[in-house]
Ligand binder design. Structure first.
Ligand code: OGA
Ligand code: MN
Length: 223
């Protein structure tokens, strides 16, 4: 970079780290963090713009594993998904905010988070996602889950709550309304969770921070 370029150089984005600090504190004390209205407004707006630009054809039925048997999957989850590639400015902004969160968490907790992947999910009325964990111990390498919500004025009667269970024996859990601006972060292996049947069309973003599972000469691409 020459002097002129240097003088006009701006880091791409500088994000307010206060919210990241809250997440880290919560992760240390309980392994999960529920941030009601915690998404910065410009991130919510970027996600909404991005989500609204996706055509119906781009949403695909979500699967439940590598050998995807959609009939079987339908009984477990009924959402449709679209991966966020960062090809739009808004998608890229979301990914860079998550990257900043990843770096903050790594600096604070030495979690060694390596990559991040995320998709939009749409639950049409009546759809749900049965109780599950996002990663199994010793397998997979999703270590931290993130879910963010994009729905205006959601009420209990609208269903579709996320229920986060504190361990495998917990049958009560805690409910989170998928209201615009709310997001949740939790350790992927530790917290079973489900999405209750939704009454309204429900939009969310689900994402996972992964550690690098590359061993020897077998590479482990993010997706
Ligand atoms: C998932 C998931 C929760 C939600 O996609 O794995 O658990 O509230 N989503 O959308
Ligand atoms: Mn999940």
């Amino acid at each position: 970079m020459n002097r002129e370029q240097l003088a006009s150089y701006q880091p791409l984005h500088v994000f307010d780290e206060a919210i990241f600090e809250n997440i880290v504190d919560d992760l240390v004390t309980s392994g999960f963090s529920i941030q009601e209205n915690g998404l910065p407004d410009f991130i919510t707006q970027a996600l909404l713009t991005c989500q609204r630009s996706i055509s119906e054809a781009e949403y695909k039925k979500a699967g439940i594993g590598r050998a995807e048997n959609y009939q079987k999957a339908e009984k477990v989850r009924g959402d449709e998904i679209c991966w966020i590639t960062g090809s739009s400015e808004e998608g890229a902004l979301w990914l860079s905010w998550c990257e900043a969160m990843k770096q903050y968490i790594n600096r604070s907790l030495f979690m060694g988070l390596f990559s991040f992947e995320s998709h939009f999910a749409c639950y049409e009325p009546g759809k749900f996602y049965k109780r599950h964990v996002d990663a199994f111990k010793g397998q997979g390498n999703r270590v931290l889950s993130l879910v963010a919500y994009l729905n205006d004025s959601w009420e209990e009667a609208d269903g579709g709550e996320l229920v986060l269970y504190f361990d495998e024996n917990d049958q009560i859990g805690t409910k989170v309304l998928p209201a615009k601006g709310t997001f949740v972060v939790f350790l992927s292996e530790a917290f079973p969770h489900e999405v209750l049947p939704s009454v309204r069309t429900r939009h969310s973003v689900a994402g996972w921070f992964r550690v690098n599972g590359t061993v020897n000469d077998s590479i482990d691409p993010p997706r």
